[in-house]
Ligand binder design. Structure first.
Ligand SMILES: Cc1cc2nc3c(=O)[nH]c(=O)nc-3n(C[C@H](O)[C@H](O)[C@H](O)COP(=O)(O)OP(=O)(O)OC[C@H]3O[C@@H](n4cnc5c(N)ncnc54)[C@H](O)[C@@H]3O)c2cc1C
Length: 309
């Protein structure tokens, strides 16, 4: 008969590994499905300078290997496979991984979110080296430089305004005349003397060779006329997509698909907990994801204690 685990964790970013570390130390013997792209979003970044404990900074992939090793040390069993679907309509929960079915009394979902990219020509060669999707993370690398921000919503306005602390000039590129951002965020950006505007333009192509970002080829969405815009970096701020498709519609989400907490870190289904970017529309940082992984593991421990049959 298939063993029923106390806890299965799905997702291997800072939230998942921290949940694994805490649950392992609490003797819950967790299994963590890391996914094919184990390590999460930080596997794509070079320097992390804002995670406490690394005064000189650390490369993203190196930090993720350390978090993984720390979780493993305390008995978290890490499997590099994707979870295809789950059935959480009754307990024990069923976790479907290829042809295998795993059973668990509780679940922590830490599958993160993906920034939405533009997929303009040459985007892949500049990802993380010239083009970023996180101003809080990468803004400080562009001190006294000229950058562009792509997007017309609140996040684009917020990222652009934030970037003016470091950058000498920030140009907002948006494919329409009208912005989707709230009035207050729009006004803040409009009143900022370091912010310039390129409305009715989209990005056709990124310029420069690998490791040498030079700017963008813009196209006027009304006339089709192309023009080059030289800059040192670009921030894409057109939204994020939480990684929840494997759940179907079994858990309550907000209108963008982010999982909702109902009681502490527990979701709308008792026994199913979540943490990190899959619930977070605001902070989206490694340290906040790790904190939510810790919180979810502590909540699971207490919930299991109260729900032993
Ligand atoms: C380019 C870039 C640079 C960044 N730089 C910084 C920085 O300097 N400092 C900072 O604090 N933050 C930074 N961030 C933000 C930070 O990476 C995220 O906030 C953090 O990684 C979120 O952690 P998480 O554990 O919630 O999810 P993620 O890191 O997104 O990890 C989720 C994991 O779950 C896996 N997964 C998804 N679906 C499944 C499934 N069905 N089955 C199994 N596994 C699955 C994914 O493959 C992934 O490995 C950066 C982000 C990016 C994109």
């Amino acid at each position: 008969m298939t063993e029923v685990k106390d806890l299965i964790i799905i997702g291997s970013g800072p939230a998942g590994y921290t949940a694994g570390l805490y649950a392992g130390r609490a003797m819950l013997n967790p299994t963590l499905f890391a996914g094919f792209a184990s390590g999460g979003q930080l596997m794509l970044t070079s320097d992390i300078e804002n995670f406490p404990g690394y005064p000189e900074g650390i490369a993203g992939p190196e930090m993720m290997l350390e978090l993984r090793a720390q979780a493993t040390r305390f008995g978290c069993d890490i499997i590099d496979k994707n979870v295809d679907s789950v059935d959480i309509s009754e307990r024990p929960f069923k976790i479907n991984v290829g042809k295998e079915v795993h059973l668990a009394k509780s679940l922590i979902i830490t599958t993160g979110a993906e920034a939405i990219w533009l997929d303009a020509i040459n985007e892949n060669i500049h990802k993380g080296r010239g083009i970023s999707t996180c101003a809080t993370c990468d803004g400080a690398f562009f001190r006294d430089k000229e950058v562009i921000v792509i997007g017309g919503g609140d996040s684009a306005m917020e990222e652009a305004t934030f970037l003016t602390r470091f950058c000498s000039k920030v140009t907002i590129v948006h494919r329409r005349e009208g912005l989707r951002s709230s009035q207050i965020m729009t006004n803040r950006a409009r009143e900022n003397p370091k912010i310039a505007w390129k409305l009715n333009f989209s990005i056709k192509e990124w310029l420069g060779s690998e490791g040498n970002f030079e700017g963008a080829l813009l196209v006027n969405t009304g006339t089709g006329v192309e023009e080059k815009l030289a800059c040192d970096g670009a921030f894409i701020a057109i939204g994020h997509k939480p990684m929840t498709s494997f759940l179907g519609s079994q858990l309550e989400t907000d209108e963008s698909g982010y999982l909702l907490w109902k009681e502490n870190t527990m979701t709308s289904v008792p026994g199913v907990f979540a943490g990190g970017d899959v619930v977070d529309t605001r902070y989206r940082q490694a340290i906040t994801a790790a904190s939510m992984g810790c919180m979810a593991a502590i909540d699971v421990e207490k919930w299991l204690e109260d729900n032993r049959h």
